[in-house]
Write a protein that binds this ligand. Structure first.
Ligand SMILES: Nc1ncnc2c1ncn2[C@@H]1O[C@H](COP(=O)(O)OP(=O)(O)OP(=O)(O)O)[C@@H](O)[C@H]1O
Ligand SMILES: [Mg+2]
Length: 274
C-alpha cells in the first residue's frame, strides 16, 4: 500500500515533467530574463525589484544569506509563485508569467528540490524510464515496450550521472548523494533547456560533492544550469558567474573572487555571523 501511495504522490511530481513542446528562442538574448520582479508575502517583500539574466548554456551560481529570496526566485521561474510586478521570460518567445506550472515544465524548465524523491522500490533504470514515460499514471513496463530511443536515452543519462554500474539495483540502496544524481538524471530524461537546482550538496560527503561538481559542470553548455548553494567551497569549485542575492535583490554579480572581495557582500555575510 505504501508503494501505491508513494506512486500516486510521485505522479503529481511527474505531471510537471512532460516533454518539451515549443522551441525556446535565444537568438536575441538570454535564456532567462527577469526584470523588476517584486513579490510580497503578507506585506513582506521577499523579492524586491529583482532583475537577472541567464545566458544559454550558462552555469550560474546563486548565493545569499537565509531568507534572501533564492528559493522564491525559483518558485517564480517555475510558476509556483506569481510576482506582484515585473517580467519573466524564457528566451524571447515565452512570457512565463502567463503560463501554468505544468506548461513551464513542458517548455523545458526542470527543477530539482532539495530532498530527493526517487522510487526506492524501483530500479535506477526503471526510475529513469518512469521519468520519460508519456502516461505518468502507469508504470511503463507494465503497459508498453520501450522504444530503442528510450533505452538509448536512459543509457546516456546513466552515463552522465555515473550510475551505469548500478542501473538494475533498487534506488533504495543508493546513498543520499547517489539519489540526488538519480533525480538529476530523471530531470535530464526530459531534455530540459534550463535546470534549477536548489542546495544540491546539502548532506553530501566530500567525495559526493566533488562528483556533483563534475556532473553540474558537465551539464553546462548542453543546458543552462542555475545552482543555489550555501556551501562556498562547492560554489568556488564550479562557479563562473556568481550572483549574490540579499533582501530579494541582486547585491553583487561577478566571479567568485570579485563577489567574495566585495565589501557589500562581506558585510552581509559578516552581519549574518557567517
Ligand atoms: N509562501 C510564503 N509565505 C510567506 N513568506 C514566505 C513564503 N515563501 C518565502 N517566504 C519568505 O520570503 C523570504 C525569502 O525566502 P526564501 O525561501 O526564498 O529564501 P532563501 O534565500 O531560499 O533562504 P534559504 O537560504 O534559507 O533557503 C523569507 O523571509 C521567507 O520567510
Ligand atoms: Mg531556499
Amino acid at each position: 500500500m505504501s508503494f501505491i501511495s508513494e506512486l500516486s504522490h510521485r505522479d503529481r511530481v511527474f505531471d510537471f515533467l512532460t516533454p518539451t513542446l515549443s522551441p525556446v528562442d535565444v537568438r536575441h538574448g538570454p535564456i532567462l530574463y527577469m526584470d523588476g520582479v517584486t513579490v510580497t508575502f503578507d506585506g513582506f517583500r521577499a523579492i524586491n525589484d529583482l532583475s537577472l539574466t541567464i545566458d544559454d548554456g550558462e552555469l550560474r551560481c546563486i548565493i545569499g544569506p537565509n531568507g534572501a529570496g533564492k528559493t522564491t526566485m525559483m518558485d517564480i521561474i517555475t510558476g509556483k509563485t506569481r510576482p506582484d510586478t515585473g517580467s519573466v521570460w524564457f528566451g524571447s518567445r515565452h512570457n512565463l508569467l502567463t503560463k501554468s506550472e505544468p506548461d513551464i515544465a513542458s517548455l523545458g524548465i526542470g527543477r530539482k528540490f532539495q530532498k530527493p524523491t526517487v522510487f526506492e522500490a524501483l530500479s535506477i533504470f526503471e526510475n529513469l524510464e518512469l521519468a520519460m514515460s508519456a502516461d505518468k499514471r502507469v508504470f511503463p513496463s507494465l503497459t508498453a515496450r520501450m522504444t530503442g530511443e528510450t533505452i538509448d536515452r536512459i543509457e546516456e543519462v546513466l552515463t552522465t550521472v555515473g550510475l551505469t554500474r548500478l542501473r538494475h539495483r533498487a534506488a533504495g540502496i543508493l546513498s543520499h548523494g547517489q539519489k540526488q544524481w538519480l533525480e538529476i538524471g530523471m530531470l535530464l530524461m526530459q531534455k530540459p533547456r534550463l535546470l534549477l537546482v536548489d542546495e544540491p550538496v546539502a548532506g553530501m560527503t566530500e567525495q559526493e560533492m566533488e562528483r556533483t561538481a563534475e556532473l553540474l559542470t558537465s551539464l553546462a553548455g548542453k543546458q543552462s544550469v542555475v545552482v543555489v548553494e550555501h556551501d562556498m567551497g562547492f560554489v568556488r569549485s564550479i562557479a563562473r558567474t556568481v550572483t549574490v542575492l540579499h533582501q530579494g535583490s541582486v547585491l553583487a554579480e561577478g566571479t567568485m573572487d570579485q563577489v567574495s572581495n566585495d565589501p557589500k557582500v562581506i558585510e552581509v555575510y559578516l552581519g549574518e555571523g557567517a
